[in-house]
Ligand binder design. Structure first.
Ligand SMILES: Nc1ncnc2c1ncn2[C@@H]1O[C@H](COP(=O)(O)OP(=O)(O)OP(=O)(O)O)[C@@H](O)[C@H]1O
Ligand SMILES: [Mg+2]
Length: 364
């Protein structure tokens, strides 16, 4: 079976990352210059994939890059385990150095989970473990150039004392250690770096990851088709018109059109129409479940925005949406990244396929 040139599930391998040339160069330069950076963007915009690529580039340049996935981290003990996972997932040479410094910090590298779930009398204090881990990382940075990537950093906001502990250790070493924080809960993530009461207030330069440009979609789709002996015709612009450059949705559409195009053939208008129908039916169930998880006013706001109306206009009257609840629902949807506002543009749904599904099934 031929492998699709348009993978659209989960983070990509570094070598699968397409486009984003300027952003990759910019991030690599910032990290190399030890400018602490936070990468913000909605779900499925390609943050993890992009950072994997940047990590691979930096690693190839001779640095040590450690990756910490903080997705849904729940507690200090959980954080210690995530840090341990990141610290054990390194090459043999750095691994040996890291084991040495870990012993100095009284740490059992690779055994943190075991230690923290052992008999309560022997269980170490999770904060002390994290303290030791951070000390070990700082020690490591004195021996070889070190970059730390924290993905899903916003999850840390809900662990009492964790951001403060991290900041206390790292702040005196910003010049020596490359630091990147990525996250997708827009308001949570922004708040961690812009709210004066937060430990990381003003501690990082914020970079926003944008949708693909029309040119990027054109380049990605055209080369993917060409590489596999097909021609994409006007499909790139059709994809962009539907997805607005949403990275994962653009790849998903490209994948479906590609599947429906035989090798040696051109994708045509009927191919596009079949692809839209197929993707719509594939995503409908998930979108329906997601949509029904929102509260009433949020559902009304999503419907109105998807149809291009004003949440304070006549559509709101029809849906019985009072202006106070409309405002509140809009803000909450923006906070959680379901809605977004492009520079100077109107409010829109982050997920173009949810907008499409709402227009088709529940126009407002
Ligand atoms: N540069 C890229 N080149 C090709 N595809 C991309 C790129 N960026 C994102 N994608 C598409 O988006 C999908 C999701 O990417 P990724 O998991 O990296 O996003 P994310 O922002 O980390 O998402 P989440 O917030 O869910 O963690 C990928 O499977 C791929 O289809
Ligand atoms: Mg991710």
């Amino acid at each position: 079976m031929e492998v699709s040139p348009f993978p659209f599930f989960g983070p990509l391998r570094a070598d699968q990352v397409e486009g984003r040339h300027e952003l990759i160069a910019d991030l690599t330069a910032r990290i190399s210059a030890r400018r602490v950076t936070a990468l913000l963007g909605p779900r499925r915009y390609g943050k993890t994939s992009l950072l994997r690529r940047v990590a691979a580039d930096l690693g190839a340049g001779g640095g040590t890059v450690l990756w910490f996935d903080l997705y849904e981290v729940q507690s200090m003990a959980d954080l210690a385990i995530r840090l341990d996972d990141g610290m054990t997932d390194v090459g043999s040479e750095v691994g040996a150095t890291l084991r040495k410094v870990a012993i100095g910090a009284n740490l059992n590298l690779g055994l943190v989970r075991l230690n923290l779930t052992g008999p309560s009398a022997q269980r170490p204090d999770p904060s002390a473990v994290v303290h030791g881990q951070l000390q070990a990382l700082i020690e490591l940075s004195k021996r070889s150039p070190l970059v730390l990537i924290f993905d899903e950093f916003s999850s840390l906001a809900s662990v009492d004392g964790a951001p403060g502990l991290l900041r206390t250790h790292l702040q005196n070493h910003y010049q020596e250690i490359g630091l990147v924080f990525a996250g997708s809960e827009p308001s949570m993530m922004l708040g961690m770096f812009t709210d004066q009461n937060q430990p990381f207030y003003s501690q990082a330069e914020l970079i926003h990851i944008e949708p693909f440009s029309a040119m990027e979609v054109e380049e990605i789709v055209t080369t993917g088709f060409e590489r596999t002996g097909r021609r994409s015709g006007d499909i790139p612009s059709r994809i962009f018109a539907l997805t607005g450059g949403h990275p994962q949705r653009s790849m998903q559409m490209a994948d479906m059109v590609w599947r429906l195009t035989e090798p040696g053939e051109d994708a045509t208008t009927p191919t596009w129409e079949r692809a839209v129908t197929s993707v719509r039916s594939e995503v409908a169930g998930g979108l329906e479940r997601l949509f029904s998880s929102f509260r009433g006013p949020e559902r009304a706001v999503l419907r109105i925005v998807a149809s291009g109306g004003s949440i304070f206009g006549s559509a709101a009257v029809l849906l019985d949406l009072a202006s106070g609840s409309a405002q509140h629902a809009r803000d909450s949807l923006l906070d959680h990244g379901h809605l977004r506002k492009r520079d100077g543009g109107p409010l829109e749904l982050t997920d173009p396929l949810m907008a499409d599904w709402l227009r088709e099934t529940l126009p407002a």
